[in-house]
Design a protein around this ligand. Structure first.
Ligand code: GLN
Length: 499
């Protein structure tokens, strides 16, 4: 029984067959966190109730035995509220915030028998793509610690890659599940907007935010997504659509994708902007899909080049409104006036917000407030919303001709710490290939597809499907996973067992 190599369905079988107890599996990962987290900084908080809950499940096993995720230890990005646990969103602003309730995603995981192991590091309020924007220090890439793990769910992706949990949950507003998954050689899924409830998930940009699983294998993601998806009365944007049984239907095509039409998302643009190694990986995947009978074609999405500016106008506008609640009155960081009274309410607010928020968050609040201010609203926010609608229409148009789109996740392999300083134009352009799926609300995933011949770092490939067609994503991703043989690989140093 090799726990590190096992898919979640196998771990569940080991537990059901009593080859291992829930407490033992929980302890296995707690030991690994203790042993390895110091060098990665991926995990911020351990759930001290985890072992107790594991023991409780062991003692009441007959009640839990048939639950889909019985005993599976899961880490959460630190934007998910968990009752009685700290939830920081990677910010000093919420350093001491303890949530009085659990997010819907968390409640569903627990109902399915999962164990919440703890919380993962992230870019502050999910703003970033390198995890360098965390108030609690950067996360390092398990494949090479000079490189970033990606962001903003960098801690969650690094933790899965290093085997600190069986799976993790991240959030994706503009790529934050897919990009770190690609950088850490794990599978990351951004479901269709509305698939998963956002209740209890700290908001960045509400019309874009979606939670999604980060796992070693495609099959693990199907299992977890099935558990966390579905209508929730507490989130009016959550969809009524029935949740398919992806885990059982997995690959209903039985690997047969003959005549499946797959489009390159602006091939010319991809060729122009991607590194050779990323391009070569995409071409290998293309050849493989063709050998399975898929028909490849080029699909043009003329507005794709507008997606980064549109994304940053929309997301910062929404963020400026969502983050207005952190004023130090109801909750959040409160500046210590050392016995003196602030001169005005304004001073009180600005001290709290000035000290509580980090640079990137402040930059975005200022930009968003500017976009929404009267006089500029029409010129920026409204214009961006109009183009966003057109981007969505162009995708729908594209999907009248193809069933799936293929694209890079990132134009390059992971970059070095400090290489793309926050606020630089380059740092925003990193998101070129991921933000458009969020703007259009489409489901998309990153699947490991190879390693760079130059530096050995992972390269993921992105698949994008029509609204609510996660099935096609899973079908094709599992074929790619089996053929490219990159998924399931961990950095050698993390292969040693336990603590
Ligand atoms: N990198 C993007 C940003 O900084 C996306 C972040 C995300 O998906 N949460 O906004």
């Amino acid at each position: 029984m090799d726990l590190l190599d096992s898919k979640i369905e196998n771990l569940v079988s080991f537990i059901r067959d009593k080859e291992i107890s829930v407490s033992e599996l929980c302890q296995f990962y707690l030991d690994r966190i203790e042993k390895f987290n110091g060098e990665l900084n991926a995990v911020l908080t351990i759930n001290f109730h985890a072992l107790r809950r594991a023991k409780y499940i062991d003692e009441n096993f007959s009640r839990y035995k048939d639950r889909p995720l019985v005993g599976i230890p899961i880490l959460l990005k630190d934007v998910f509220c968990v009752e009685k646990m700290k939830t920081t969103a990677g910010s000093l602003m919420l350093e001491d915030f303890t949530s009085p309730y659990s997010a819907e995603v968390v409640q569903r995981l627990e109902k399915a028998g999962a164990i919440i192991l703890g919380k993962c590091n992230q870019d502050e309020f999910a703003m970033g793509n390198s995890n360098e924007n965390s108030a609690f220090g950067p996360v390092l890439n398990p494949w090479d610690k000079q490189f970033v793990p990606g962001g903003s769910s960098g801690g969650s992706a690094a933790a899965v890659s290093a085997g600190l949990c069986a799976a993790s949950i991240g959030t994706d507003t503009g790529g934050s599940v897919r990009q770190p998954s690609s950088f850490c050689n794990v599978v990351g899924v951004k479901p269709t907007y509305g698939r998963v409830s956002r209740y209890g998930m700290i908001a960045y940009a509400s019309s874009l935010d979606q939670a999604g699983p980060i796992t070693m294998y495609v099959e693990d993601s199907t299992l977890i997504l099935e558990v966390i998806s579905g209508r929730d009365g507490k989130d009016s944007t959550s969809s009524q659509k029935e949740v398919p049984k992806w885990s059982f239907n997995r690959n209903p095509r039985k690997g047969n994708i003959k005549n499946l039409k797959v489009g390159w998302l602006n091939r010319k643009y991809i060729e122009k902007s991607c590194s050779l190694e990323v391009m070569q990986t995409l071409e290998k995947v293309e050849k493989f899909l063709q050998s399975c009978g898929a028909v490849m074609q080029d699909v043009s999405l003329p507005l794709m080049e507008m997606s980064v500016p549109v994304y940053y106008l929309v997301s910062t506008s929404e963020a400026s409104s969502n983050l207005a609640r952190y004023d130090g009155v109801r909750y959040g960081y409160r500046f210590d006036f050392q016995g003196n009274t602030p001169n005005s309410l304004e001073e009180f607010y600005s001290r709290n917000r000035g000290m509580g928020f980090g640079h990137e968050v402040k930059r975005r609040i200022i930009m968003g407030t500017y976009c929404l201010s009267s006089g500029y609203y029409d010129e920026y926010y409204n214009k961006a919303s109009q183009i966003r609608r057109q981007i969505r229409d162009q995708f729908l148009d594209a999907f009248s001709g193809v069933s799936l789109l293929i694209a890079p996740v990132s134009s390059s392999t992971p970059f070095k710490l400090g290489e793309n300083p926050a606020g630089s134009l380059d740092s925003y352009l990193v998101d070129s290939f991921t933000v458009s799926a969020n703007l259009a609300g489409l489901p998309a995933l990153s699947v490991p597809a190879g390693f760079s011949p130059l530096n050995g770092l992972p390269i993921g490939v992105q698949l994008i499907a029509p609204h609510f067609d996660e099935q096609t994503l899973f079908d094709v991703a599992s074929l790619i996973q089996n053929e490219m043989k990159a998924a399931g690989k961990r950095p050698d140093v993390f292969l040693t067992k336990g603590g």
